[in-house]
Design a protein around this ligand. Structure first.
Ligand SMILES: Nc1ncnc2c1ncn2[C@@H]1O[C@H](COP(=O)(O)OP(=O)(O)O)[C@@H](O)[C@H]1O
Ligand SMILES: [Mg+2]
Length: 253
């Protein structure tokens, strides 16, 4: 549904996102320390690491909420850092937040229409199409029944689903999900995983941030590990899990 191209597409393997030697410090805290990373079409990259290792900061740099002090970020070969936040979204990068950021007084349906209207006008999408798409997403995420309920009255898990749905309104090529499973009911987590798998099968690629290692081993096609702002491992999930540095930095805590 939100896909722009099917998996198995000849473009699979093409570099979507690329971070080149990115560093960012907050005072004396080096949140990102010379991090390079590539995300290719067809991948689900799992980004793991202990609390405070820089995962959210990395997503914030990609979505241009933070500007790196050194290094560069590219999306489909085009320099991203320095663009406005909405420009990043328009180029095809969607994201969700660790604690879902929904508009509490707006209904679930209205929440989905917000990015559609603000960006859709620019892209020339007619309101009727946006509404149709919003309903399609509400059905996909099984949120139809709460379409007219203010988002602030939804459970934390439902808010996460709603935020996930909202990110899809702009038909991203790449979706960055920050701790999508944290604090959600196990059944909802299973649904979230099914949605990710289904959307991936339709051609959407993901960067998933989580400290839930067993889940990440199951869902990721590649694992990247951060510790103290540095990338300490990057590769096949099972191999990465067994690396001594990962065991020490991540599993040891
Ligand atoms: N806006 C900020 N101001 C100051 N320090 C920050 C800010 N954002 C993150 N940090 C610090 O940067 C480090 C990395 O944080 P974060 O990226 O949130 O880690 P993670 O998501 O892996 O738990 C932490 O030490 C955190 O306290
Ligand atoms: Mg975080």
């Amino acid at each position: 549904m939100p896909a722009r191209e099917a998996p198995g597409d000849s473009r699979n393997g093409e570099v979507l996102l690329s971070l080149h030697r990115v560093s960012l410090a907050f005072g004396h805290i080096q949140a990102l320390d010379d991090v390079s990373l590539e995300v290719r079409r067809g991948e689900i990259v799992g980004l793991i690491g202990p609390n405070g290792s820089g995962k959210t900061t990395l997503l914030n740099v990609v979505s241009n909420l933070y500007r790196p002090q050194r290094g560069a970020v590219y999306f489909l070969g085009e320099r991203l850092d320095g663009l406005a936040v909405h420009e990043v979204a328009r180029r095809g990068i969607g994201r969700t937040f660790q604690v879902a950021r929904v508009f509490g007084r707006l209904t679930a349906l209205q929440n989905l229409l917000v990015p559609g209207y603000t960006h859709g006008e620019v892209a020339g999408t007619a309101p009727a199409q946006l509404r149709a798409r919003a309903w399609e997403l509400l059905r996909f995420f099984d949120l139809e029944g709460v379409a007219h309920v203010p988002a602030g009255q939804l459970s934390g898990g439902q808010q996460k689903l709603l935020e996930f749905a909202r990110a899809l309104m702009l038909q991203p090529r790449l979706l960055l999900l920050d701790e999508p499973f944290a604090g959600v009911h196990p059944l909802l987590k299973e649904r979230m995983l099914q949605h990710i798998a289904e959307l991936h099968a339709q051609g959407l690629d993901f960067v998933l941030v989580s400290h839930d290692l067993p889940t990440m081993l199951g869902v990721s096609s590649r694992l990247v590990v951060l510790a103290n702002g540095q990338k300490i491992a990057d590769g096949d999930p099972e191999a990465v899990r067994q690396e001594a540095a990962v065991v020490e930095a991540y599993l040891g805590v």
